[in-house]
Design a protein around this ligand. Sequence first.
Ligand code: NAD
Length: 471
Amino acid sequence: MSDIELVSTEPATGAFLWRGACGNVDAEVTEARASWPAWAAQPLSYRAEALRRFANVVRARGEDFADLIARETGKPLWEARGEVEAVMAKVDTSISAFAERTGQRRLDAQMGSRLALRHKPHGVLAVLAPYNLPADIPNGHIVPALLAGNAVVFKPSEKTPATGAFLVDCYRAAGIPEGCVRLLIGGPETGRALSEHPLIDGLLFTGSARTGLALNRRFAEHPEKILALEMGGNNPILVWDTPDLYTAAVLVVQSAFLGAGQRCTAARRLIVDQRLADPLLEQINALIDRMIIDAPHADPAPFMGPMIDNDAADRLTERFLNLSGKGGRPIRYLERPVEGRPFVTPALVDMTEAGERPDAEFFGPLLQVIRAESFEAAVAEANNTRYGLCAALVSQDPRRYDAFWANIRAGVINWNRPTTGTSPKAPFGGLGWSGNHRPGAFYAADYCAYPVASSEAEQARASIGVGLRDG
Ligand code: NAD
């Protein structure tokens, strides 16, 4: 990688995929700045129509899009197809969300005047995106931002620039003005320069807590700008009171290892009734034994592909070894089955006896196991984190779920479903280091526009009732 161009290669094979020049932050922001007033002045129906055309463009190019996402991230083709579906579905969801969350309302009327609530776009919004869902995540910010009447400068992850470029090309092909969605190719330094640019009105960020915290500090000096942070998690899944350990094991495997564990929603900690732990781990191990880990287009289709690159796989290997150094007992070793490529097998470490359990997001297929003596101790352990994105309980007892729901701290709380199961029809965001109370998904509308309350009358009529001398 150089600072004048980015090269993207396929994680599964190392094959060359894409090359592109790094962009100029100032030029992109200036262009967006010049274009947004005309876009904002269009009626909402015009912008909604343009975005519906965008969904149609994505539908027509869907197979190529999924193929590219799969190649660039290494995720299985079936998973990339699901991502493309989510990109298309975002348009209708955003139109509903805009109407429900940030549309117009007449609040009351008194004596010839009315109180109206309307929303205005911020102006130019920067979007910084991660690599793991390189189309769905930025699109989840961009579609509601455009619908509300903002212009966008979008910097994809330096690990998935080709997917970012494809996405922007789809907006353009739908007739959304070029000036309104600017593509900015570059790495973290480019992201930093974009976040500091004086002419942006806000920043919509999805990525790691480390970057999010740095952005939060940077924006402390700028209360006039909107900052929406969606960050990682150290998500727990609890298994308690369930006779069906096979299903529990499936839910744990889906939670921890889908997308090779490279999901913000992935479970990092399995907290289990100590009496169920051994038979449950046996079932989980049996499922991992059968798991196909292969290139995205392989036949039979894999459950998961490689990690994004060798750096990420090396870091995860180090973390696995560190856990063992901290008193963790490996139940299943992390292996690197393909020489020179970032394929990693799911690993399990029993941390019950470990003196120190690190509160960090291990972004890959590495699950820590903690055996608990009581349900209360299990919930306390689940809450023993600075993060608060997702949590799930597997249990047949509704009273357990009531207690779990009441006491767990997370923005997504699931029952007998994986931690990874989220819906675009609901808000998505977390507490603690997982976000800054600006949830996305259905509530993305909220951070794309600001409310304006107006007291209005067609004719000026006023009298000062008290406090005047007779004149
Ligand atoms: P990252 O924080 O390394 O990078 C995210 C984006 O920020 C990239 O575009 C990157 O170039 C840019 N960036 C990096 N450093 C920067 C800096 N100092 N200033 C400005 N920009 C900077 O994240 P990643 O490794 O690409 O993605 C994985 C992370 O994203 C995980 O932590 C995961 O949990 C999180 N994530 C969160 C959600 C969510 O909705 N909460 C969804 C997906 C991923």
